[in-house]
Design a protein around this ligand. Structure first.
Ligand SMILES: NC(=O)c1ccc[n+]([C@@H]2O[C@H](COP(=O)([O-])OP(=O)(O)OC[C@H]3O[C@@H](n4cnc5c(N)ncnc54)[C@H](OP(=O)(O)O)[C@@H]3O)[C@@H](O)[C@H]2O)c1
Length: 216
């Protein structure tokens, strides 16, 4: 597959590494084309000089950006991602009187879907720290790759991508479940912040029930 990654930070680099290892063609774009070029060189990927150029020929698009950039990126790519899977790997966190906090009444993924009404938005990779996006084993255990989305075909594509890079795919249901996936990530991030963790922890759901196939 041709995969476009927007964002050349920790997540962009880690996922490019894994997608290339799985045999996919990867193109990377970022706000600074030099950053994107460096990550592309390090991961044997291609670089695009704009977000719009990166997504033009892509089968799957992965957003590896701070969610604060989502509306700007959506405006740049909206015309080219209609009908395509757009994977939201972002997380959310705020800081209140009691420390780290999260708004559970919505999710970044649902907000992204509203920004990109023609795209098939899928939530994936957000519960896995970048270190384990490139190496899916934590303390000898294969981590879970939770995936949520409303479009069955797009979700199947992303579940397969998750499997190919070495995670155990877990279909958690419709896009609204992204609220809980962002909550899972929030909990892991918060534990590492509060306890000075090494950012190596990860989620494994043991014996995850597999959804029954939908009758044709
Ligand atoms: N780090 C993790 O372990 C981890 C794990 C799971 C999910 N996440 C989530 O994944 C997202 C990325 O995290 P990260 O750690 O990779 O962040 P990061 O290292 O700060 O990288 C973010 C990248 O996005 C780029 N970017 C920002 N605005 C952009 C725009 N308008 N167009 C194109 N590129 C843009 C940044 O470019 P500039 O340098 O120019 O700003 C940078 O290359 C975040 O939402 C985070 O919550 C992170």
């Amino acid at each position: 597959m041709d995969i476009a990654i927007i964002g050349a930070g920790n997540v962009g680099k880690a996922l490019a590494t894994s997608f290339k290892r799985a045999g996919h063609d990867v193109v990377i774009a970022s706000r600074d084309p030099e950053d994107a070029g460096n990550v592309a060189a390090a991961t044997h990927s291609r670089v695009a000089t704009s977000n719009a150029r990166a997504v033009a020929g892509a089968d799957v698009i992965v957003l590896a950006i701070p969610f604060s950039s989502a509306s700007a990126v959506a405006a740049e790519i909206a015309g080219a991602v209609a009908g395509k899977p757009v994977v939201d790997a972002t997380n959310r966190m705020s800081f209140g009187a009691n420390g780290p906090d999260i708004d559970t009444t919505t999710s970044n993924a649902e907000e992204l879907a509203a920004l990109l009404p023609g795209a098939k938005v899928i939530k994936a990779f957000n519960t896995i720290f970048a270190t384990h996006q490139s190496d899916p084993i934590a303390e000898g255990v294969q981590l879970s790759g939770f995936v949520a989305g409303d479009d069955a075909e797009a979700k199947a594509t992303v579940l397969e991508l998750v499997r190919e890079i070495g995670l155990e795919p877990v279909d958690v249901g419709p896009l609204v479940r992204a609220r809980q996936l962002e909550g899972l990530a929030f909990l892991n991030i918060t534990l590492n912040i509060v306890n000075g963790g090494s950012w190596q922890s990860g989620w494994k759901l043991v014996g995850a029930p597999i959804a029954a196939p939908v009758a044709a």
